[in-house]
Design a protein around this ligand. Sequence first.
Ligand code: KG4
Length: 339
Amino acid sequence: MKVLAIESSCDDTSISVVNSAKKIEFLKTINHRKFHKDYGGVIPEMAARQHLDIMTILGKTIRKINFQKIDAIAATHGPGLIGSLIIGSSFAKGLAMSTDKPLLPINHLQSHLLSPRLTSNLNFPYLCLLVSGGNTALVLVKRADKFITLGKTIDDSAGECFDKVAKAMGLGYPGGPIIENLATRGDIYKFNLPLPLTKQDNLNFSFSGLKTASIDLINKNKLTEKFKKDFAASFQSTIARIFLKKISTALNHLNNNNIKIKDFSICGGVAANKFLNSSIENFINNKNLIFHQVPLALCTDNAAMIAWNALEILSIRNKKFKQYNVRPTPNILIHENFI
Ligand code: KG4
């Protein structure tokens, strides 16, 4: 089977064709970061206009694709920015209706959580840490359509914390990769930052206290290159310590409930961070579990994971998917399915 998918939930416009043998036959992603850079975050209306323009360019490139060989069309229907979602999902709806193909409306968060299975062999159930710009959650992936959120952030996401702290240092957007780069030359022990909710035995995260404490510290110091490097290293290692504590609590929780898992992965934009990845990989390997790293191009928003999600659904659901009236939903939750 072969699926053509569209992703447009935030500030990446992406089209991909993936087949059920896990081959990414086509993937083109254009991000709008340079347009949002000066604002320290994504401006929703500007993102929608960018999707509109880019979709015209990408629309031309897909003329090369042989539509007779495409079995279904898929598109992100949420969560995300409503203007952005409407553009991608309408484009997909037009393609599906005009070619009389099934249309699969996809939950973007579920696609991130299934993305490790596109490049690696993970068996259900597995544990996944989802860390994107809008979400931080520990999720038990039971099936391609069954997700149990064990814990999630009660305020900001880790990605937002990276972005806002970088903004406070005048470093630009998105902040994650810039902080990661600075941190390679800094001292992780230089600053002691708070580790919110790590003393509690629950699986929720909180990053707003860390964000405020970090911004306070930044405002009290001279922004020398040395300060920025040491701060970035200490900040990044604090995030790693929070993740390790919560993953450890989650593994104990699964063990106590007799839920056996073999595989672990981390997905979403923040999963592109090499330091976080290797800290978690070492920890997971010591627990005799298998750590699966998602390739960089599939960590941040992309349509290949949307296509793969659709293929996973098609393999377990015997349905025609020819209803074209599912509406995009900006705030759909991790476990909620569109179909
Ligand atoms: O999943 P994603 O591409 O988009 C949405 O959530 O829509 O995640 C974007 C987030 C941003 O907060 C960005 O700063 C963060 O991922 N990010 C990183 C790195 N690359 C991207 N955070 C830490 N280290 C990185 N290397």
